[in-house]
Design a protein. Structure first.
Length: 326
């Protein structure tokens, strides 16, 4: 139709009705087009504004030539489009020049094999680039517990685009996110679109892997706000891919729920807690690694001591070793 010139389907139908029979009244036009009287009145007003109809003294409408009235409008639209195409062409050239300069900078960064990203904003920009460039697979460790609803919402469009391109996405969260409805809803959404999500009691650090060719890890494992390293050395990336695969193999699919080991052996979560107790981590350190509260760590530790029949952490470690748990 002629919608770009201001004539929608209803207005077009009203004009044709008048054109075919200029003697028609408003009620006749409504009957002919099947439109409500108010819609017909609105269409007649629009046609009058465009000078396609002229109201005569006896309230009839006299149609004017569409060619004479609309051709100048169409020519003006074409001129505007030509001008817009010219601007887009210039902007495309400018974009190509900027992209060339950025590629040269990226090549310099890649030559070093390791790029230091000094702050959270630099990390965020580079992660978005990597996900846009990914063609095969993106893998991630996501420690730190549940994510905010705002952060999850912000990440959906890019995740949706990647999955739509056929990129395989595998993510490991902490078991503690199973208690957060917002994170579970997001994870379920990802799985419904072809992604894979598992959980583990602990994770070594935050990590993003892209196409087995680039890895992003924090400079300080316990504080990702202090920046990150973008690693491209093949041997280092391969080692991190193998670390991911080891953790992935023992992690539990989101829909399955944490699994218990047979008989009297500890669960995966309990075994992880025992290992951290044996390594001398404080309750605060364990809570941070497991993404749970300090109160939860102390309750779980007390439950383990009771289960093992001991009174102290040292005794718990010794008894766990005696039973073959560690």
């Amino acid at each position: 139709m002629l919608e770009t010139l201001g004539l929608d389907c209803s207005t077009h139908d009203v004009y044709r009705s008048v054109l075919l029979n200029p003697q028609r009244t408003l009620d006749d036009i409504a009957l002919d087009t099947g439109l409500p009287a108010a819609a017909v009145r609105s269409a007649l007003d629009r046609l009058t504004q465009l000078s396609l109809l002229h109201e005569a003294a006896d309230h009839r409408f006299v149609p004017a030539s569409p060619e004479a009235v609309l051709s100048p409008l169409l020519l003006r639209k074409e001129a505007e489009l030509d001008e817009q195409r010219a601007r887009l062409s210039q902007e495309r050239v400018a974009l190509a020049a900027l992209s060339s300069e950025y590629a040269a900078l990226a090549a310099c960064r890649a030559d070093s094999g390791v790029e230091r990203l000094e702050d959270v904003d630099a990390v965020r920009v580079r992660l978005i680039e990597l996900e846009h460039q990914a063609r095969v697979e993106v893998c991630a460790f996501m420690p730190g517990g549940a994510l905010s609803a705002a952060a999850l919402k912000a990440g959906r469009p890019l995740t949706k685009q990647s999955l739509a391109r056929g990129v395989e996405m595998r993510t490991v969260y902490l078991d503690s996110v199973r208690n957060d409805p917002v994170t579970v809803e997001y994870a379920t959404w990802v799985v419904s679109r072809g992604g894979e999500i598992r959980t583990a009691p602990t994770l070594p650090m935050r990590m993003i892997l892209s196409d087995h060719s680039a890895a992003v890890i924090p400079i300080h494992a316990d504080d990702s706000r202090q920046g990150a390293l973008l690693i491209r050395y093949p041997s280092m990336v391969r080692a991190l891919v193998e670390l991911f695969d080891i953790v992935w193999a023992s992690a539990v699919p989101l829909g399955a729920g944490p699994q218990n080991a047979p008989e009297d052996a500890p669960t995966i979560r309990e075994a992880a807690l025992l290992r951290m107790l044996a390594d001398g981590l404080t309750d605060e350190g364990i809570a941070r690694k497991m993404g749970v509260s300090l109160r939860t760590v102390r309750r779980n530790t007390a439950d383990l001591q009771k289960r093992l029949g001991v009174q102290s952490r040292f005794q718990a470690g010794a008894e766990a070793v005696r039973r073959g748990w560690l």
